[in-house]
Design a protein around this ligand. Sequence first.
Ligand SMILES: Cc1cc2nc3c(=O)[nH]c(=O)nc-3n(C[C@H](O)[C@H](O)[C@H](O)COP(=O)(O)OP(=O)(O)OC[C@H]3O[C@@H](n4cnc5c(N)ncnc54)[C@H](O)[C@@H]3O)c2cc1C
Length: 278
Amino acid sequence: MLSELGEQAKFLAGGQSLIPLMKLRFASPAHLVDLNFISGIAYIAEEYGTLRFGAMTRHAEIENSEIAAKVPMLRDCAAGIADVQVRNRGTIGGSLAEADPSGDWAVALLTLSAEVHCLGPAGERSLPLAQFVKDAYTTVLEPDELIKEVTVKFPPKGSGGAYLSCKRAAPVYPTATAAVELTVEGEVCQEISIALGCVGLTPIRAKEAEAVLRGQKISEKVLAAVGEAARAAADPQSDMRGSAEYKRTLAGALVKRAIQIAVRRARGEHIEVSPIYA
Ligand SMILES: Cc1cc2nc3c(=O)[nH]c(=O)nc-3n(C[C@H](O)[C@H](O)[C@H](O)COP(=O)(O)OP(=O)(O)OC[C@H]3O[C@@H](n4cnc5c(N)ncnc54)[C@H](O)[C@@H]3O)c2cc1C
């Protein structure tokens, strides 16, 4: 239908980004193709060490899924999005397709081995998440191509992760977010990936901050250096959520805190996290 209707048509998923944009007249599609009528594209499954999410899976379904909870960061992310109304409608596929610089999913998924599986008239293709988001509100999707599924490989044994956000109130987008996934052996961090959200046009992989911790014993001193490197990787703009300087400081602090939670989870502790309101 999208191919027939042309570029004036848009998919409708949960409507939690598209409908507000239409209300503000920032988007005026001539046609909406409602994905809610397609059966079999909302599911959470576990297969051969991989988690599979149908594109129409709601944030709330992931928040409440025992399968998804096996990768705790996924639950942290889903449960922290907006409020229960938005989580009941909004979908993982819609969130990734929207590529909002303040969106949560792309940040969390960037630290995991995540792939986006797309379907269009030219067939199917799969891309690592890092290659999917091109710019603010821009992805590699062709106008008549849809996200069909998102997959996440289970992290190896000894891994832990955490996704933290800081926001002003429940139904608003965060001021800054940080995702950390790491593997520890004894006191030493063997592998780590760090991503920052809301502090750039796209999620930022803080590779220099990762390099500070990789192969090191986790200590207060090293954590301080990681936080500083994450702060330097942030590239925020001042807006009504806070000054650029404030957001940079938040990013560094969130990364340090996320590492501490990730380490405890890697050691088998069960820790609940929720957004920090400030
Ligand atoms: C008050 C409020 C607060 C919010 N706060 C947050 C927040 O804190 N964090 C956060 O991450 N999000 C937040 N959101 C956004 C929410 O997460 C949306 O659910 C999400 O961004 C879009 O998902 P959707 O399913 O609603 O997509 P829709 O709004 O239906 O669609 C969004 C865009 O993606 C396209 N699209 C949808 N599905 C597909 C698909 N499968 N393939 C290809 N294209 C597709 C549509 O054509 C459209 O262009 C908030 C929304 C509201 C209304």
